[in-house]
Design a protein around this ligand. Structure first.
Ligand SMILES: [Ca+2]
Ligand SMILES: [Ca+2]
Ligand SMILES: [Ca+2]
Length: 118
């Protein structure tokens, strides 16, 4: 699964996935989320993550998503789930946000200026 230039949301889902963010600040998810199948919340998330307001820096956006915004559920392990398969993440250019498994067998990812959570 590949993103292009711009801020992408890449959902690995079940199974071992290879996610390529490409340029732009992307969010890469290792497994399933409560957002899956919730079109309205996904659209809201996509719109929020794409916002270019100066005050909404990468850190401000990630903090707001962890806290929850609008109808987008909090970005916590309650809502974002590991699928236990080993996923391969390449965020590409710009800072990216990974939801990855950090215990063996770990997901594999590049770590250039990335923000990795599990
Ligand atoms: Ca991208
Ligand atoms: Ca996966
Ligand atoms: Ca990227």
């Amino acid at each position: 699964m590949s993103g292009l230039a711009g801020r992408d949301l890449l959902f690995g889902g079940l199974g071992a996935d290879t996610l390529l963010g490409g340029a732009g600040e992307d969010i890469l998810f290792y497994g399933t989320t409560v957002l899956d199948g919730n079109r309205a919340a996904l659209d809201e998330l996509s719109t929020f993550w794409s916002r270019k307001d100066k005050a909404l820096t990468f850190n401000a956006r990630t903090a707001q998503l962890i806290a929850g915004t609008g109808s987008v559920p909090t970005f916590t392990t309650t809502n974002i789930h590991d699928d236990t398969d080993v996923d391969i993440f390449t965020g590409g250019a710009d800072r990216d946000w990974y939801f990855a498994k950090l215990t063996d067998p770990k997901d594999q990812f590049d770590t250039l200026a990335e923000d990795v959570r599990s």
